[in-house]
Design a protein around this ligand. Structure first.
Ligand SMILES: [Zn+2]
Length: 88
């Protein structure tokens, strides 16, 4: 969990906080660290919204993306002043 949050905070797209609410399109790329090998994989928010099975492109590890993780990502972005478009 900590790894994924670190990856989110270090993402170049999100290094500066938006001065006002910024709408992110659902195809915005979201880096996520793999639990097994710790390498980043990039997924679009629209893809993650469908709560998919994630397969690591580095080591082939796969797992289910959970609604809790989606909530964490959305809350983190919201705290940084980003809002996600509701259409996936
Ligand atoms: Zn991996």
């Amino acid at each position: 969990m900590a790894n994924r949050q670190n990856a989110l905070q270090q993402a170049p797209e999100f290094t500066h906080a938006a001065p006002m609410a910024t709408i992110l399109p659902s195809n915005t790329a979201m880096p996520m660290a793999c639990d097994a090998c710790d390498q980043d994989n990039t997924y679009s928010i629209g893809f993650l919204r469908r709560l998919p099975k994630l397969t690591c492109k580095h080591c082939g590890d796969h797992r289910q993306f959970s609604p809790i993780e989606l909530t964490i990502i959305e809350n983190t972005l919201k705290n940084m002043g980003y809002f996600l478009t509701k259409s996936a």
